[in-house]
Design a protein around this ligand. Structure first.
Ligand code: BGC
Length: 464
């Protein structure tokens, strides 16, 4: 790789886009681990509870340990990405993923298991924003949407992989192997990221201009480097980037947009489906464990396939149209599911299946990828790590609250009203996006920042 880049530098030809794609694909392994490690517990818990004799409360603690870890990881790690750099943070994260997976696999008691899941959760929290941030800073503007979304694709593949691994080890009750499997992509990520360059934007922010020039030359080809470099330099203000800066009048609206989207991504119920699909399917009439497992795997597959469809569309159609279509589809499918439960009867089974398929497809085409993409784009460089980290933390907090309250909500309101409530929250999401979310398709990150400083309203950032 080094030698072909050097040849490209000497001859002045553009290095193939393949290198930047390879960088994105490698960093996206962090997304795969995010998906795998959040998904794997759903199958493992079935066997652990018997072997370790866990009470229902202990089971809830075990299931939510990774989410708690993720909230803490995302809260702390904005500082790490800004201080250590994106690459070193991902390196450390991969190590924690591997160590946490091994600890879970070897755990002799409940406490060791909780510690392992907490560690994995911290890694998930850090990885969930560092990977899109790193990819977004390496990608050329025209490819940025698609490349950053590789991370979301990897999340969905990780979730599907977890369903498959759980199903494969279920006949032997091998929960330790389910967890151990997670160490494999973690090691590949560790080795892969070790040979990749640091983000040029971060290097410039830390006055390492020479290295930044080298990296940019390597990933862009000689002809494009100087304008981009100057653009980044004019926005790299060393010495800034404190948490308090997020609350400055310039950054506050962006923070509002990022946190708002994070909350909307979660309160519209995605993880009630991802974590509890078998429960919903059983309530809708798929009584046998096998049919609900097949239906759940179907949900995982639709999620992957529609994310693939979203990738080219993000940079062609744009973020906003996809976001609005997505929320509209989610509203309709949740309302149909709620009404299906209200009416009941034989038809509910098929209404349930169809609604969940449309719901997950709608999420995957917009709200899933666009949230992670936008928070890697909209914050000014000097606070990008901090900003993305706060938005990510809001996302994990939302996830934690929704996952913890879903079953109680079903009991308190009944299935029909619970899903109608999520549908109403999608409508709030549509209003929020119409009003506050900018279109960032093809806009250089530095333009977005310049518009912010010029006092343009959120909705108009990067426009015209
Ligand atoms: C969300 C996760 C969710 C996943 C499903 C991600 O964008 O942040 O909470 O589990 O999508 O694909």
């Amino acid at each position: 790789m080094e030698s072909s880049t050097q040849i490209a530098e000497v001859s002045g030809t553009k290095p193939p886009r393949g290198f930047v794609k390879l960088i994105a694909a490698t960093a996206a392994l962090a997304g795969l681990l995010f998906g795998f490690d959040t998904g794997v517990i759903s199958g493992a818990i079935l066997f652990i509870k018997g072997e370790l004799g866990l009470t229902p409360v202990a089971q809830e603690v075990l299931v939510s340990a990774a989410l708690v870890g993720a909230v803490c990881g995302s809260a702390l790690s904005g500082r790490f990405t800004d201080a250590w750099g994106r690459k070193r943070t991902i390196l450390a994260t991969a190590g924690i993923f591997a160590a946490g997976s091994v600890l879970c696999a070897l755990a002799g008691n409940f406490v060791a298991l909780i510690l392992g899941r907490l560690a994995v959760g911290v890694a998930i929290g850090v990885a969930s924003y560092t990977a899109p941030l790193y990819i977004g800073e390496m990608a050329p503007p025209k490819l940025r949407g698609g490349l950053v979304t590789l991370n979301q694709l990897a999340i969905t593949v990780g979730i599907l992989l977890a369903y498959v691994v759980d199903a494969a080890f279920a006949p032997t009750g091998g929960w330790r192997l389910m967890f151990a499997f997670g160490a494999v992509p973690a090691i590949v990520l560790e080795l892969g990221i070790a040979v990749l360059p640091e983000s040029p934007r971060w290097l410039l922010l830390h006055q390492r201009k020479e290295e930044a020039v080298k990296v940019l030359t390597r990933i862009r080809g000689n002809q494009d480097v100087m304008p981009e470099l100057n653009d980044i330099l004019s926005h790299a203000e060393p010495g800034r980037g404190k948490l308090a800066d997020l609350f400055s009048p310039i950054v506050l609206p962006v923070l509002f947009c990022g946190v708002g989207l994070a909350v909307i991504q979660q309160i519209t119920g995605i993880n009630t489906v991802i974590y509890y699909a078998p429960t919903i399917f059983q309530a809708a009439g798929f009584q046998s464990a096998q049919s609900s497992i097949i239906a759940t795997a179907g949900v995982g597959l639709v999620n992957v396939l529609m994310t693939i469809v979203a990738i080219p569309l993000l940079d062609r159609v744009g973020r906003r149209p996809l976001l609005l279509t997505s929320l509209a589809g989610m509203t309709v499918s949740l309302a149909a599911l709620g009404l299906g439960f209200a009416i009941g009867g034989e038809a509910l089974k098929w209404i349930g299946l169809l609604s969940l398929a449309v719901y997950i497809a709608s999420f995957a085409i917009g709200l899933g990828p666009v949230f992670w993409l936008l928070i890697s784009e909209i914050f000014p460089l000097s606070v990008r790590g901090q900003g993305a980290s706060v938005a990510t933390m809001a996302n994990w907090l939302g996830n934690f609250v929704v996952s913890l309250t879903f079953l109680s909500l079903l009991n308190a309101l009944g299935s029909a009203w619970a899903f109608l409530l999520y549908a109403a929250l999608c409508v709030v999401g549509i209003w929020f996006c119409l009003r506050f979310v900018p279109e960032t398709k093809g806009v250089p990150l530095e333009r977005i920042e310049a518009d912010l400083r010029a006092g343009r309203p959120l909705r108009k950032l990067g426009a015209g």
